[in-house]
Design a protein around this ligand. Structure first.
Ligand SMILES: *Cc1c(COP(=O)(O)O)cnc(C)c1O
Length: 523
């Protein structure tokens, strides 16, 4: 039997044979089977031993609960093991390469964590008098300066708490600007390319606009002919939402012309900045004519995400939109740093407020730490290495897989399913990759490519790791091209086999109900 470096069978036939092995415990290898905490625990068990309260009078006024709360009781080691086992079921950036495209899953430097835990940042309260948190306000201001400098934009709203929230912020600023022009009733149409991330059309609709889809051309970019046609009657144009580099991993080469045409039509240019990681230090969106762009600190600037932490989506704004930025924002005057909290005075044109407080402080600290530890030259190099890594993957796999478009890519490599034999699809490739120890790439997105497979390695990965990943994917792709039917049953080695994902998404079972006494008796 051939083994890979982890001692697992490598040939499909042997992997297939493994699927017949069942265990009495339900565990596989050293991966323990894990039940719900409600199934393992019971209400009358506890991990602590408290003395019975003596002589205290109930102050509940006769509304004392009669039934037990049915919270699961566990001993301390049982509770610890439960959560450690659950944590082992997660795939994480600290475990291995995370090829998800459009997500920028990059290393979260430990230095960021150390700085974020400094008491001056972690032990303060947002309602504390501002004179006592001048350093924290200065930190927000310094991060804002970096974001404005890197994007070439004059203003930034710091409070949005995710990319989608930043989109909402940018489109609300555009709404507010149209209101100021007295055109909010007439300018209702927002153009969105077919390859856009789903949050773009969703945001436009949530802000009260209608979405008009622009076609992609054969090169995976905006079809300029279609775009111009959409602008013929431009009296109802509010703007465009465009991602650059786009979700096909390609730079929109006509972006300057797109910006000019949308401005001539009286609209605004929203740029989805989720892919900023590819161009930091090389391109300033402000120079391209962008009016608003969110920055995912949890993608481009390395703060943890994907189950690891909250997002943060500061949104940079052009001169035309700067006054409409939401409160609160930090200003500096002779008394030091100060928060403008009211839609009044300095903040009189603000479209409102997006969040209870100033934004994700912990993420701000991590992002600024990342910037300061890399320096301007280091940030530029990270972008260049991310693009180099993606192109390496595209070059290594293009003889076995089908690149979706000709030419070099930016930070992500996109393949279609054209190379697979009849009956084998993208899903089967993703599942077979799990048996090889890798989280699958982004699948079936963007929608403009058939059976899309979108891979973003980021600058985090070394050449050795990229090669290991490519070896695994290459072998899976060859099996797909040969029509290896065993792939339909993958994954064979994971704790769970193929799950009914449609059923799980459409009819999720979110509530555990205890078995009835009859059920227990029957067992
Ligand atoms: C991630 C992403 C978003 C949304 O960002 P969240 O922080 O997940 O809300 C929007 N657009 C693109 C292209 C993205 O990749």
């Amino acid at each position: 039997m051939t083994m890979n470096t982890q001692g697992r069978p490598t040939t499909p036939a042997e992997a297939h044979a493994m699927s017949d092995i069942t265990t009495v415990s339900g565990s596989r290898g050293l991966q323990q089977r894990e039940d719900l905490i409600f199934e393992t625990g019971c209400p009358n068990k506890t991990g602590v031993d408290l003395p019975k309260p003596k002589g205290t009078k109930s102050r509940l006024g006769g509304v004392t609960r009669k039934r037990s709360t049915d919270l699961p009781g566990l001993t301390e080691p049982e509770a610890v093991r439960h959560y450690v086992r659950l944590s082992q079921k997660n795939y994480a950036i600290d475990l291995g390469l995370f090829p998800l495209g459009s997500c920028t899953m990059k290393h979260n430097p430990r230095l960021n964590e150390k700085v974020a835990r400094m008491p001056g940042f972690s032990d303060i309260h947002p309602l504390q008098p501002q004179a006592t948190v001048q350093g924290a306000l200065e930190m927000i201001d310094q991060l804002a300066t970096w974001l404005k400098t890197l994007t070439g934009m004059p203003a930034v709203a710091m409070s949005p708490k995710a990319g989608a929230h930043g989109e909402f912020c940018g489109m609300m600023a555009i709404r507010r600007a149209l209101m100021a022009r007295g055109e909010i009733e007439t300018r209702t149409r927002v153009l969105v390319p077919a390859s856009a991330h789903g949050t773009n059309p969703a945001t436009a609709v949530q802000c009260g606009f209608k979405v008009d889809e622009i076609k992609a051309n054969k090169r995976g970019r905006v079809d300029m002919e279609d775009f111009r046609a959409k602008l013929e009657d431009s009296s109802d144009i509010a703007g465009i939402m465009l991602t650059n580099p786009n979700t096909c991993g390609l730079f929109e080469t006509d972006i300057r012309e797109i910006a000019d045409l949308i401005h001539d039509a009286g609209g605004y240019f929203y740029c989805d900045g989720a892919n900023f990681n590819a161009i930091v230090g090389r391109v300033r969106p402000g120079d391209l004519g962008v009016d608003a762009m969110h920055i995912n600190l949890h993608k481009t600037f390395s703060t943890p995400h994907g189950g690891g932490g909250p997002g943060s989506g500061p949104t940079v704004l052009s001169e035309a939109l700067a006054d409409y930025a939401p409160v609160p924002f930090v200003v500096k005057d002779e008394d030091g740093f100060r928060l403008i909290e009211e839609v009044d005075g300095k903040g009189e044109d603000a479209f409102g407020r997006l969040a209870a407080f100033h934004g994700q402080m912990g993420m701000f600290v991590r992002a600024l730490t990342y910037m300061l530890s890399h320096g301007a030259d280091g940030l530029k190099q990270a972008a260049e290495d991310a693009v180099l890594n993606a192109n390496y993957i595209q070059a290594r796999l293009k003889s076995v897989m089908t690149p979706a478009f000709e030419g070099h890519c930016m930070h992500e490599a996109l393949f279609s399913d054209a190379f697979t034999a009849e009956g084998i699809e993208t899903l089967d490739i993703a599942k077979a990759l799990i048996d090889e120890g890798y989280h699958p790439m982004t699948m079936y997105f963007p929608l403009v490519v058939h059976g899309a497979m979108l891979i973003e390695p980021t600058e985090t990965e070394s050449k050795a790791e990229l090669d290991r990943f490519c070896d695994a994917l290459e072998s899976v792709a060859r099996r797909a091209a040969q029509g290896d039917e065993s792939m339909k049953g993958a994954p064979y080695l994971a704790p769970m086999r193929r799950l009914d994902e449609t059923q799980a998404a459409r009819k999720p079972v979110l509530r555990w109900t205890p078995p009835s006494p009859e059920q227990i008796a029957a067992e």
